[in-house]
Design a protein around this ligand. Structure first.
Ligand code: ZN
Length: 428
């Protein structure tokens, strides 16, 4: 059996495990993955930092064992789904109108199924991938990876011994351009995360009395100022190469000051690329008050900021300055973004594999607006790429469906992905 012949069934099975983070865990899905690897003669290890939060890792030997290995990693957990918001049940693996529905269909059980199908096909047939492949299914990515990749890298680095590169989510999906041409962005950079808490304190008291020291309006004004401040465009190599490539494809000039002239042609990838060009500041949780007729003594807001790789210095100080007097800024988490070079055999292998299935494919590096588990592998010197190939029909809202109701993946796109991954492992 070829990878493409079982990828849809594997993905369906994976989607039927409710691995919602934080309300469920990865145990049953991890046991199932391990069994699928054992079935073809591999020896998976099950590793859990806490009971139920299980990771699975196995190594498939390559043809050239002297070359450093390739890590193919997928997270098993998903964000929760509210079933009443969906047109199909989120954990049933329903196929309707050529699409496979379920939470994780894009983020990222489809990718896990492709790499699992390809590794199984190699192991069954006795074919060897070009080099060792370490296939990893991880826990806890949707909550920061403390029990998943962050833990594996810190506690079990031997698993990734002699590996130099990794492939994972949010890259290799197609974006339709005019004239039946498709662009496949490969993620070669991702932004860093910065989680902040801003606090304002004031004078508590009866709400019927004038109070110029109410912390709520002060904090709201600070959030408004932060949101209205236009952050400068910050170009890194991946962003510049990407937009240059898009400009060439469209036959339009590339004006660095006006990226929106190009990104508006990129379907749902456009907003993601635009967001990757600046540091972003989003207020996500606001806490203040406990009773309608009492002015509280404190108000707090959480900010989720995403920082362009190499541009974290001075960001907190700048936020502190804009927030103004009477507001304190506390850093809860700060992680750097990463960018890897995209020249070389692995990137070329992705190009070749995509073009073998879609001859007109245009492949460009790009910077992702969020973060992936690749940032932890970067800590042990492993270069990560977003490469989960999917050929999507024109107008398919890839980025819009991630973490949304009605998440789904086209069945033919999934089979395409399995063929591309199979080819990629042969030449990477
Ligand atoms: Zn994901």
């Amino acid at each position: 059996m070829k990878a493409e012949d079982e990828v849809v069934d594997l993905c369906r099975e994976l989607l039927r495990f409710d691995t919602s983070n934080p309300t469920s865990n990865e145990q049953a899905a991890a046991d199932w993955v391990a069994e699928k690897l054992r079935e073809v003669g591999l020896q998976p290890e099950l590793l859990a930092a806490e009971p139920g939060r299980t990771n699975v890792v196995a190594r498939l030997p390559g043809a050239d064992r002297e070359r450093p290995g390739l890590v193919a990693h997928s997270h098993l957990d998903v964000v929760p789904a509210v079933a009443t918001d969906w047109r199909q049940p989120p954990f049933a693996g329903v196929i309707a109108d050529g699409e496979l529905w379920g939470r994780g269909a894009l983020d990222m059980k489809s990718s896990g199924a492709m790499y699992l199908a390809a590794v199984r096909a190699y192991a069954r047939s006795g074919r060897r991938p070009a080099r060792d492949v370490v296939i990893a299914f991880t826990a806890d990515e949707e909550a920061g990876s403390r029990l998943g990749m962050a833990w594996l890298v810190k506690d079990q680095p031997r698993l990734f011994q002699n590996c130099s590169e990794a492939v994972s989510e949010i890259g290799g999906f197609s974006v339709s351009l005019a004239g039946d041409q498709r662009l496949y962005p490969i993620q070669t950079a991702e932004k860093g995360g910065l989680q902040l808490v801003l606090r304002a304190s004031g004078r508590a008291g009866h709400a019927s009395i004038l109070n110029a020291d109410n912390p709520i309006p002060r904090l709201c004004a600070a959030v408004a100022r932060l949101t209205e401040t236009v952050q400068p465009l910050l170009y890194i190599e991946a962003s510049r190469s990407f937009l240059k490539g898009v400009a060439e494809l469209l036959g339009e000039p590339f004006d660095e000051a006006r990226p929106e002239l190009l990104t508006r042609h990129l379907e749902s990838l456009g907003p993601m690329v635009e967001s990757s060009l600046r540091n972003t500041i989003q207020a996500t949780i606001f806490n203040a008050g406990y009773k309608n007729n009492v002015v509280p003594g404190e108000a707090a807001v959480r900010l989720d900021c995403r920082v362009v790789p190499g541009h974290r210095a001075g960001v907190v100080e700048e936020i502190d300055r804009i927030a103004g007097p009477g507001i304190t800024v506390e850093v809860e988490m700060a992680g750097d973004g990463v960018e890897v070079p995209y020249q070389g055999r692995t990137f070329e292998a992705m190009q070749e594999a995509l073009r073998s299935e879609d001859p007109g494919a245009v492949i460009l590096p790009y910077c992702m607006s969020g973060g992936t588990d690749g940032r932890f592998l970067a800590q042990i010197g492993i270069h990560s790429f977003g490469f989960s190939p999917l050929r999507l029909p024109e107008g398919f809202d890839f980025t819009g469906l991630i973490h949304s109701a009605d998440e789904r993946v086209p069945v033919e796109g999934l089979r395409f992905g399995a063929r591309v991954v199979d080819r990629f492992l042969a030449v990477a």
